[in-house]
Ligand binder design. Structure first.
Ligand SMILES: *Cc1c(COP(=O)(O)O)cnc(C)c1O
Length: 235
Protein backbone atom coordinates (compact mmCIF):
# COMPACT_ATOMS: atom_id res chain seq x y z
CA UNK A 1 0.00 0.00 0.00
CA UNK A 2 1.29 3.46 -0.87
CA UNK A 3 0.80 6.68 1.07
CA UNK A 4 -1.35 9.56 -0.18
CA UNK A 5 1.61 11.65 -1.18
CA UNK A 6 3.19 8.69 -2.98
CA UNK A 7 0.06 8.18 -5.10
CA UNK A 8 -0.23 11.94 -5.73
CA UNK A 9 3.36 12.04 -6.85
CA UNK A 10 2.86 9.10 -9.19
CA UNK A 11 -0.29 10.70 -10.62
CA UNK A 12 1.58 13.95 -11.21
CA UNK A 13 4.36 12.02 -12.95
CA UNK A 14 1.88 10.31 -15.27
CA UNK A 15 0.18 13.64 -16.03
CA UNK A 16 3.53 15.17 -16.87
CA UNK A 17 4.28 12.31 -19.25
CA UNK A 18 0.82 12.79 -20.83
CA UNK A 19 1.60 16.47 -21.36
CA UNK A 20 4.92 15.68 -22.99
CA UNK A 21 3.41 13.05 -25.31
CA UNK A 22 0.67 15.54 -26.27
CA UNK A 23 3.27 18.17 -27.02
CA UNK A 24 5.14 15.80 -29.34
CA UNK A 25 1.89 14.93 -31.10
CA UNK A 26 0.65 18.51 -31.21
CA UNK A 27 -2.40 17.59 -29.14
CA UNK A 28 -4.21 19.25 -26.25
CA UNK A 29 -3.86 17.30 -22.95
CA UNK A 30 -7.50 18.11 -22.20
CA UNK A 31 -8.46 15.65 -24.94
CA UNK A 32 -7.12 12.80 -22.83
CA UNK A 33 -9.06 11.13 -20.01
CA UNK A 34 -6.81 9.38 -17.52
CA UNK A 35 -8.59 6.32 -16.14
CA UNK A 36 -6.85 5.06 -13.00
CA UNK A 37 -7.08 1.26 -12.97
CA UNK A 38 -7.45 0.35 -9.29
CA UNK A 39 -7.98 -3.41 -9.65
CA UNK A 40 -6.57 -5.48 -6.78
CA UNK A 41 -5.75 -2.28 -4.88
CA UNK A 42 -7.48 -1.27 -1.62
CA UNK A 43 -10.20 1.38 -1.40
CA UNK A 44 -7.78 3.48 0.66
CA UNK A 45 -5.62 3.87 -2.46
CA UNK A 46 -8.65 5.13 -4.39
CA UNK A 47 -9.40 7.62 -1.61
CA UNK A 48 -5.81 8.85 -1.82
CA UNK A 49 -6.10 9.36 -5.57
CA UNK A 50 -9.46 11.13 -5.12
CA UNK A 51 -7.78 13.51 -2.65
CA UNK A 52 -5.32 14.56 -5.30
CA UNK A 53 -8.02 15.21 -7.85
CA UNK A 54 -8.31 11.96 -9.81
CA UNK A 55 -11.91 11.47 -11.05
CA UNK A 56 -12.01 8.37 -13.31
CA UNK A 57 -11.38 4.85 -11.97
CA UNK A 58 -11.52 1.48 -13.66
CA UNK A 59 -11.95 -2.10 -12.48
CA UNK A 60 -11.94 -5.43 -14.28
CA UNK A 61 -14.11 -7.54 -11.95
CA UNK A 62 -17.81 -6.83 -11.44
CA UNK A 63 -17.74 -7.95 -7.78
CA UNK A 64 -14.76 -5.73 -6.97
CA UNK A 65 -16.31 -2.79 -8.79
CA UNK A 66 -19.54 -3.17 -6.84
CA UNK A 67 -17.97 -3.49 -3.43
CA UNK A 68 -15.65 -0.53 -4.01
CA UNK A 69 -18.51 1.55 -5.40
CA UNK A 70 -20.52 0.74 -2.26
CA UNK A 71 -17.62 1.74 -0.01
CA UNK A 72 -17.19 5.02 -1.89
CA UNK A 73 -20.90 5.86 -2.15
CA UNK A 74 -21.38 9.63 -2.21
CA UNK A 75 -17.89 10.41 -3.50
CA UNK A 76 -17.61 12.26 -6.77
CA UNK A 77 -16.02 9.71 -9.09
CA UNK A 78 -16.71 8.04 -12.44
CA UNK A 79 -16.50 4.25 -12.74
CA UNK A 80 -15.23 2.42 -15.80
CA UNK A 81 -15.46 -1.32 -16.38
CA UNK A 82 -12.52 -2.65 -18.39
CA UNK A 83 -12.78 -6.40 -17.70
CA UNK A 84 -13.81 -9.39 -19.73
CA UNK A 85 -17.39 -9.09 -20.97
CA UNK A 86 -19.76 -11.86 -19.97
CA UNK A 87 -23.43 -11.51 -20.76
CA UNK A 88 -24.53 -12.96 -17.42
CA UNK A 89 -22.48 -10.38 -15.48
CA UNK A 90 -23.91 -7.35 -17.25
CA UNK A 91 -26.68 -7.01 -14.69
CA UNK A 92 -24.01 -6.12 -12.11
CA UNK A 93 -22.62 -3.35 -14.30
CA UNK A 94 -25.56 -1.47 -15.70
CA UNK A 95 -26.15 1.63 -13.61
CA UNK A 96 -22.84 1.11 -11.81
CA UNK A 97 -20.27 1.79 -14.52
CA UNK A 98 -20.69 5.02 -16.47
CA UNK A 99 -18.30 3.59 -19.07
CA UNK A 100 -18.07 -0.01 -20.27
CA UNK A 101 -14.94 -0.52 -22.38
CA UNK A 102 -15.16 -4.13 -23.41
CA UNK A 103 -18.37 -5.03 -25.26
CA UNK A 104 -17.77 -6.90 -28.50
CA UNK A 105 -21.03 -8.57 -29.49
CA UNK A 106 -24.48 -7.32 -30.42
CA UNK A 107 -25.73 -9.58 -27.64
CA UNK A 108 -23.68 -7.60 -25.09
CA UNK A 109 -25.07 -4.29 -26.30
CA UNK A 110 -28.65 -5.52 -26.22
CA UNK A 111 -28.24 -6.85 -22.70
CA UNK A 112 -26.58 -3.61 -21.50
CA UNK A 113 -29.39 -1.61 -23.12
CA UNK A 114 -32.06 -3.76 -21.49
CA UNK A 115 -30.49 -3.50 -18.01
CA UNK A 116 -29.99 0.25 -18.34
CA UNK A 117 -33.60 0.69 -19.32
CA UNK A 118 -34.72 -1.25 -16.25
CA UNK A 119 -32.61 0.96 -13.98
CA UNK A 120 -33.49 4.20 -15.78
CA UNK A 121 -29.84 4.99 -16.49
CA UNK A 122 -27.50 5.43 -19.42
CA UNK A 123 -23.88 4.49 -20.10
CA UNK A 124 -21.18 5.02 -22.65
CA UNK A 125 -20.03 1.77 -24.21
CA UNK A 126 -16.88 1.10 -26.22
CA UNK A 127 -16.41 -1.84 -28.58
CA UNK A 128 -13.30 -3.88 -27.92
CA UNK A 129 -11.33 -4.63 -31.05
CA UNK A 130 -8.70 -7.36 -31.11
CA UNK A 131 -5.80 -5.24 -32.34
CA UNK A 132 -3.05 -7.60 -31.18
CA UNK A 133 -4.49 -10.51 -33.18
CA UNK A 134 -3.64 -12.81 -30.28
CA UNK A 135 -6.29 -15.48 -30.14
CA UNK A 136 -6.52 -15.38 -26.33
CA UNK A 137 -7.44 -11.70 -26.33
CA UNK A 138 -11.07 -10.79 -26.63
CA UNK A 139 -12.63 -8.46 -29.09
CA UNK A 140 -13.96 -8.02 -32.57
CA UNK A 141 -11.94 -8.36 -35.68
CA UNK A 142 -11.93 -4.95 -37.43
CA UNK A 143 -14.03 -6.51 -40.20
CA UNK A 144 -16.77 -7.34 -37.69
CA UNK A 145 -17.19 -3.83 -36.30
CA UNK A 146 -19.63 -2.59 -38.95
CA UNK A 147 -22.28 -5.19 -38.27
CA UNK A 148 -22.27 -4.60 -34.51
CA UNK A 149 -22.45 -0.83 -34.96
CA UNK A 150 -25.43 -1.12 -37.30
CA UNK A 151 -27.28 -3.22 -34.77
CA UNK A 152 -26.56 -0.61 -32.07
CA UNK A 153 -27.86 2.48 -33.84
CA UNK A 154 -31.42 1.95 -32.67
CA UNK A 155 -30.69 1.09 -29.04
CA UNK A 156 -32.07 3.81 -26.81
CA UNK A 157 -30.39 3.59 -23.41
CA UNK A 158 -26.69 3.50 -24.23
CA UNK A 159 -24.26 5.33 -26.46
CA UNK A 160 -21.60 3.48 -28.42
CA UNK A 161 -18.95 6.17 -28.03
CA UNK A 162 -15.83 4.59 -29.41
CA UNK A 163 -13.40 1.69 -29.57
CA UNK A 164 -11.05 0.03 -27.09
CA UNK A 165 -7.94 -2.01 -27.77
CA UNK A 166 -5.20 -3.78 -25.85
CA UNK A 167 -1.86 -4.00 -27.57
CA UNK A 168 0.51 -6.93 -27.43
CA UNK A 169 2.82 -6.70 -24.44
CA UNK A 170 6.18 -5.49 -25.73
CA UNK A 171 9.35 -4.35 -23.98
CA UNK A 172 9.63 -1.61 -26.57
CA UNK A 173 6.27 0.15 -27.07
CA UNK A 174 7.34 1.27 -30.54
CA UNK A 175 6.64 -2.32 -31.58
CA UNK A 176 2.91 -1.85 -30.97
CA UNK A 177 2.49 1.54 -32.63
CA UNK A 178 0.90 -0.18 -35.65
CA UNK A 179 -1.69 -1.82 -33.40
CA UNK A 180 -2.79 1.56 -32.03
CA UNK A 181 -2.84 2.93 -35.56
CA UNK A 182 -5.10 0.04 -36.59
CA UNK A 183 -7.58 1.00 -33.85
CA UNK A 184 -7.62 4.64 -34.90
CA UNK A 185 -8.07 3.72 -38.56
CA UNK A 186 -10.89 1.36 -37.62
CA UNK A 187 -12.63 4.25 -35.86
CA UNK A 188 -12.12 6.63 -38.78
CA UNK A 189 -13.41 4.06 -41.26
CA UNK A 190 -16.64 3.60 -39.30
CA UNK A 191 -17.52 7.16 -38.41
CA UNK A 192 -19.94 7.37 -41.31
CA UNK A 193 -22.11 5.00 -39.26
CA UNK A 194 -22.52 7.65 -36.54
CA UNK A 195 -26.28 7.81 -36.18
CA UNK A 196 -28.70 7.37 -33.32
CA UNK A 197 -26.87 5.77 -30.41
CA UNK A 198 -23.65 5.27 -32.34
CA UNK A 199 -21.40 8.31 -31.87
CA UNK A 200 -17.81 7.17 -32.33
CA UNK A 201 -15.23 9.58 -30.95
CA UNK A 202 -13.27 7.91 -28.14
CA UNK A 203 -10.20 5.70 -28.50
CA UNK A 204 -9.42 3.81 -25.28
CA UNK A 205 -5.87 2.59 -25.74
CA UNK A 206 -2.60 2.72 -23.84
CA UNK A 207 -1.56 1.30 -20.47
CA UNK A 208 1.42 1.88 -18.17
CA UNK A 209 3.83 0.31 -20.61
CA UNK A 210 2.73 1.99 -23.82
CA UNK A 211 0.48 5.01 -23.17
CA UNK A 212 2.80 7.61 -24.66
CA UNK A 213 2.84 5.87 -28.03
CA UNK A 214 -0.96 5.43 -27.77
CA UNK A 215 -1.35 9.20 -27.23
CA UNK A 216 0.83 9.90 -30.25
CA UNK A 217 -1.50 7.63 -32.23
CA UNK A 218 -4.70 9.37 -31.08
CA UNK A 219 -5.78 7.85 -27.75
CA UNK A 220 -8.46 9.85 -25.94
CA UNK A 221 -8.67 7.52 -22.91
CA UNK A 222 -5.66 5.86 -21.34
CA UNK A 223 -6.01 3.10 -18.73
CA UNK A 224 -3.18 3.30 -16.22
CA UNK A 225 -2.76 0.99 -13.23
CA UNK A 226 0.73 0.24 -12.00
CA UNK A 227 2.26 3.63 -12.83
CA UNK A 228 -0.21 5.16 -10.35
CA UNK A 229 -0.78 2.49 -7.70
CA UNK A 230 2.41 0.45 -7.98
CA UNK A 231 2.91 -3.16 -9.01
CA UNK A 232 0.06 -5.61 -8.44
CA UNK A 233 0.37 -9.09 -7.03
CA UNK A 234 -1.32 -11.35 -9.57
CA UNK A 235 -4.15 -10.26 -11.90
C1 LIG B 1 -4.98 -3.92 -15.70
C2 LIG B 1 -5.48 -3.24 -16.90
C3 LIG B 1 -4.95 -2.00 -17.29
C4 LIG B 1 -3.83 -1.28 -16.55
O1 LIG B 1 -2.64 -1.98 -16.63
P1 LIG B 1 -1.23 -1.33 -16.20
O2 LIG B 1 -0.25 -2.02 -17.05
O3 LIG B 1 -1.08 -1.63 -14.75
O4 LIG B 1 -1.30 0.12 -16.46
C5 LIG B 1 -5.49 -1.40 -18.42
N1 LIG B 1 -6.47 -1.98 -19.13
C6 LIG B 1 -7.00 -3.17 -18.79
C7 LIG B 1 -8.08 -3.74 -19.62
C8 LIG B 1 -6.51 -3.84 -17.67
O5 LIG B 1 -7.04 -5.02 -17.34
Amino acid sequence: MSSTSEICKRLADVQERVRKACKRANRNPHEITLVAISKLKPVSDIRDALMCGQLHFGENRTTELNSKADDLEGQKLVWHYVGTMQTNKIKYLAGRAAWIHSAYKTKHLKEIDKRLKASGQTADVLLQVNISRESQKQGLEPSGVEQVLKSAQSLKNLRVSGLMGMATFADNPEEVRSEFRLLRNTLLEHRHLNSGSVQLRELSMGMTNDFEVAIEEGATMIRIGSAIFGERNGG
